[in-house]
Design a protein around this ligand. Structure first.
Ligand SMILES: NC(=O)c1ccc[n+]([C@@H]2O[C@H](COP(=O)([O-])OP(=O)(O)OC[C@H]3O[C@@H](n4cnc5c(N)ncnc54)[C@H](O)[C@@H]3O)[C@@H](O)[C@H]2O)c1
Length: 390
């Protein structure tokens, strides 16, 4: 069995998710396309790097990501740092001939995202794989939705309504971590979570060509959090803590026009009390509709126009062994999958792409296309006009 040595950069929240997925992939997908071996973990904070080595079972740790790039025995690099470090690490890794899975958003600036897409393009001929971590398009229910759309069962798509609503920063005492700093994150809600639903919308309905938007910052300053790890609002600081200005959006909403002629709307906020990971997609076609909500990720709702008037309505498809990845995750109906299995599916697709020399559907070029939509959204919030995605 082929083994691929993994170097992980950034051992925070997503670092853990990648490790769980690398470790579990061969347990679900067997025979695995290749077996990942946890070789080196890097974190800029020495204690985090050392802890991660012990906790996750890496062979070694380091505090400079260049040690991973310069190690000829590392085949695969996971980039799980805050957004401003993605470009430097990912481009260096690709140039060193390593396959790269980079967390989303692809980068914190357009210049960086273009450079990453160009670097990925230049090594494609050597079968080096690039992948952005837009995992939600790999949810079995979303894949079934895509299949239903592609087979024409809901007709021509008229409208896509997508939301990504969270509550973790609705409290003004939720600290000013790197996610609230434009220089590091690039944007607020727009880069952090709207990008996921931009990716999902484009996956289901094709590229977005025009947007008109609004960006809002409700909480203008927040208590400063020491240290580089974002605690996602799980820690609240005291009222007397030092405060600094927030220079990114708390909320974004925009109307979209797709290349196909369909229209739609996308909304994202981290200030929606009561909403946790409320990713919803509602697609209306000439022959039916589809509805999905991540908070019930094992379900897909469908309505077909052809059903008789007295029987028409949304019905629930409960995903399981009969659906994508269902046989290899838990092959008993109703056992369900969650975030851990979803990241495992993503790692399977990454490793499969490497072995089969087949660029994944979320390659850097696709991450860059999402960034182009974000740029048009930012521009439109300033101009208050429709802006073309270019
Ligand atoms: N796909 C998803 O659903 C999803 C969810 C959450 C976060 N993310 C993305 O994952 C990335 C990381 O987010 P997170 O929530 O894990 O953040 P985090 O703050 O929990 O962890 C980031 C880690 O990177 C380390 N780090 C910072 N700069 C570094 C450098 N130059 N070299 C090595 N280590 C460095 C920090 O010390 C920290 O331990 C971000 O790009 C974020 O947008 C994706």
């Amino acid at each position: 069995m082929t083994k691929l040595n993994v170097g992980l950069v950034g051992a925070g929240f997503m670092g853990k998710a990648h490790v769980v997925a690398y470790s579990n992939m061969p347990k679900f997908f067997w025979p695995a396309p290749a077996v990942p071996v946890l070789k080196t973990v890097c974190d800029i904070v020495p204690e985090i790097a050392a802890d991660a080595k012990e906790r996750f079972g890496f062979q070694q740790s380091c505090t400079d990501w260049r040690d991973i790039i310069n190690d000829p025995d590392i085949h695969v690099v996971s980039v799980c740092t805050p957004n401003n470090a993605h470009e430097e690490i990912a481009v260096a890794a690709l140039k060193a001939g390593k396959h790269v899975l980079c967390e989303k958003p692809i980068a914190n600036t357009r210049k960086a995202s273009e450079a990453m897409a160009a670097a990925a393009e230049s090594v494609k001929k050597d079968d080096i794989i690039s992948m952005c971590a837009y995992q939600y398009r790999r949810i079995p229910a979303v894949l079934r939705a895509k299949q239903i759309i592609d087979e024409g069962s809901i007709g021509k798509i008229l409208n896509v309504r997508a939301t990504y609503l969270q509550s973790w920063s609705a409290d003004p005492n939720s600290p000013l971590s790197w996610r609230f700093q434009k220089e590091v994150a690039g944007a607020g809600t727009l880069g952090d979570i709207a990008t996921h639903v931009i990716d999902l919308s484009q996956y289901l309905a094709g590229d977005i060509k025009e947007v008109v938007s609004s960006l809002k910052t409700y909480i203008k300053e927040r208590p400063v959090q020491e240290g580089g790890v974002d605690l996602l609002g799980t820690v609240k600081l005291n009222d007397d803590a030092k405060k600094e200005a927030v220079d990114v959006d708390d909320e974004t909403s925009f109307l979209v026009k797709f290349e196909s002629g369909a229209v739609g709307s996308i909304e994202a906020t981290r200030n929606a009390w009561g909403r946790n990971n409320f990713i919803t997609l509602e697609v209306h076609g000439t022959e039916g509709s589809i509805f999905f909500n991540y908070e019930r990720l094992n379900e897909l709702q469908v309505c077909f126009a052809k059903d008789p008037d007295n029987n028409r309505g949304f019905k629930t498809i409960y995903t399981g062994p009969a659906h994508f990845y269902g046989e290899v995750t838990w092959n008993i109906p109703g056992m369900n999958i969650g975030y851990g299995e979803l990241k495992t599916i993503e790692i399977y697709e990454f490793i499969r792409s490497i072995v089969e020399k087949d660029q994944p559907s979320t390659r850097f070029e696709v991450g860059n296309q999402v960034h182009k939509v974000c740029d048009a959204v930012s521009k439109s919030a300033q101009s208050e006009n429709w802006e073309i995605v270019q």
